[in-house]
Design a protein around this ligand. Structure first.
Ligand code: UT7
Length: 339
């Protein structure tokens, strides 16, 4: 008797982004509301980061609520029904319940038919990791329509008295549907991690230590995010240009052929330095959502793309370059066709 053969799995030859949706929280926080607690000024924050205001979620605007809202719009934009989504990936670092994954709750609330659902943790690079994973799942035959959601409520884990982070982090959600396409719509991912620099952006302490410290001090404190901003700034501005150029190379396209550049919205000066280091041609339009959105980590790229579409700076069919980087350190970049 011959040994049993496992049937191979095969999926679509090409994949693409089929739809986009976003959610911006209702509460607008101008710089002026934050400066007193950190001895800063509106002018300093604008000059050093390009941020004028950001959105912070209200109690009702939970991670799940924002994720579902963005996802519904992405599914509608793709012309699909939630029952056609067979996998949900949520990229987030601010879902404060250790288990279950928020993706399972999102899949259920959307009305998928028991879609596979899981969360991924790659910080600000989480959305690009999700797009890469989703594309490979569809090409490998493990799923047909994958919802990728980047969602954050960083205001929950930001210390409003921390001079290095209080003015940067913000909240929001963005989602795309990844599915089969007649032509290639998602290029090869260039990604990686540098765990030796894990201390540069991190949760200050783990939950157990936070609990012990709170018990000893008699007050409950959240384990907030801390960042060595200047070291991250230098790494992101220079090392990431090489990664972005490699993603262009892997996709077989040149910077000249790009319509838009959508880097993670960490700091406007990083956005500008990246574009300069990559020698992006003048005609390539650059995402600058950070001015009104702040740094929304995993949500920043879909939010920035949606603003460009709404402002007429990007349209369906445009050739775009994504690059994201953050805690870990992690990074990921890919070329895509705008949905
Ligand atoms: O999304 C994940 C990845 N994250 C990032 O990519 C963030 C990267 N980092 C940054 O965006 C920047 O490092 C920050 C915006 C966080 C800080 O800007 P910086 O230009 O790196 O500031 P710095 O820490 O080097 O400080 C420069 C000066 C110092 O004063 P002196 O020594 O030059 O007199 C600081 O004391 O700015 C002062 N400073 C402030 N002043 C007013 C630092 N923080 C503040 C503040 N307000 N909040």
């Amino acid at each position: 008797m011959s040994a049993p053969m496992i049937a191979p799995s095969a999926g679509a030859t090409h994949t693409g982004l089929l739809g986009l949706g976003v959610y911006r929280p209702s509460r607008v926080i101008p710089n002026a509301d934050l400066v007193e607690a950190i001895d800063s000024s509106d002018e300093w924050i604008r000059q050093r980061t390009g941020i004028r205001e950001r959105r912070w979620a209200t109690p009702e605007e939970t991670v799940q609520m924002m994720a579902v809202s963005a996802a519904r719009d992405a599914i509608a934009d793709a012309g699909l029904d939630p029952r056609q989504v067979d996998c949900v990936i949520v990229a987030t670092v601010s879902h404060l319940l250790q288990t279950p994954a928020v993706a399972t709750l999102v899949a259920h609330e959307l009305g998928t038919e028991q879609a596979a659902a899981f969360d991924i943790s790659a910080a600000c690079a989480g959305f690009c990791h999700g797009v890469a994973l989703a594309s490979d799942l569809v090409r490998g035959g493990s799923a047909r329509h994958v919802l990728v959601i980047g969602v954050e409520r960083l205001s929950d884990i930001t210390d409003v008295t921390d001079r290095g982070t209080a003015f940067i982090f913000a909240d929001g959600a963005g989602a795309v549907v990844v599915g089969p396409s007649d032509t290639p719509g998602i290029g090869p991912v260039v990604w990686g991690s540098q765990g030796e620099q894990a201390n540069l952006i991190r949760q200050r302490e783990d939950w157990r230590d936070a609990l012990a410290a709170s018990a000893a001090g008699g007050t409950a404190t959240m384990p907030h995010l801390v960042m060595e901003g200047n070291a991250v700034f230098r790494w992101a501005s220079f090392a990431m240009a090489k990664v972005a150029l490699e993603a262009l190379d892997r996709a077989g396209v040149s910077a000249d052929q790009l319509d838009i550049f959508v880097p993670h919205q960490a700091n406007m000066r990083i956005v500008d330095t990246l574009a300069r280091s990559m020698k992006l041609p003048e005609h390539v339009r650059i995402a600058r959502d950070i001015a009104e959105a702040g740094n929304t980590s995993a949500a920043s790229i879909p939010l920035a793309l949606a603003r460009m579409k709404a402002d007429g700076e990007a349209k369906s069919g445009d050739l775009a370059l994504f690059i994201a980087f953050g805690a870990g350190l992690t990074y990921a970049a890919q070329v895509v066709i705008v949905p």
